[in-house]
Design a protein around this ligand. Structure first.
Ligand code: HEM
Length: 116
């Protein structure tokens, strides 16, 4: 069970890497939202929800932290949805919206490792 949980953590981190990595590429490039960001977010979300249940561990989960991470992920998802739609219509995305996606992703990773 424990090895399976570690495998799901690996998938969770892969989703984070895809979301944040593709955002960094755009941050130093054309500052657009891309489908890869949405895919990374979805992978992190599915694996994160699986990890939110207490299986394969011998310690208590921090549900306050998990709740905050879920809310932040939902905001990131909304921003990606709005950004994708606006970009399709106008060809670009508002700078505040673009930067918030990266900042909130980083905040979620920071919460994951710093809030014990
Ligand atoms: C963009 C969104 C997210 C990012 C960047 C992120 C990032 C991370 C990182 C870096 C870790 C590894 C921390 C460590 O092992 O020390 C982690 C673990 C974890 N994440 Fe997330 N996460 C996100 C969304 C979520 C969501 C939405 C949930 C649940 C609703 C969630 C639940 C968890 C849980 C339960 C763990 C602990 C796994 C364990 O130690 O068994 N995450 N996350």
């Amino acid at each position: 069970m424990e090895i399976l949980r570690h495998a799901v953590v690996l998938v969770h981190l892969t989703g984070f890497a895809i979301l944040f990595g593709s955002w960094v590429v755009e941050a130093v490039g054309r500052r657009r939202v891309t489908p890869l960001m949405t895919w990374g977010m979805l992978i992190a979300a599915v694996a994160g929800l699986a990890l939110a249940a207490p299986w394969g561990i011998s310690y208590e989960l921090n549900y306050a932290k998990i709740g905050v991470k879920l809310v932040i992920l939902l905001i990131i998802g909304a921003l990606l949805g709005i950004g994708t739609g606006r970009q399709r219509k106008t060809g670009s995305v508002a700078p505040a919206l673009f930067w918030l996606i990266g900042i909130l992703t980083f905040v979620n990773a920071a919460l994951a490792v710093l809030w014990r």
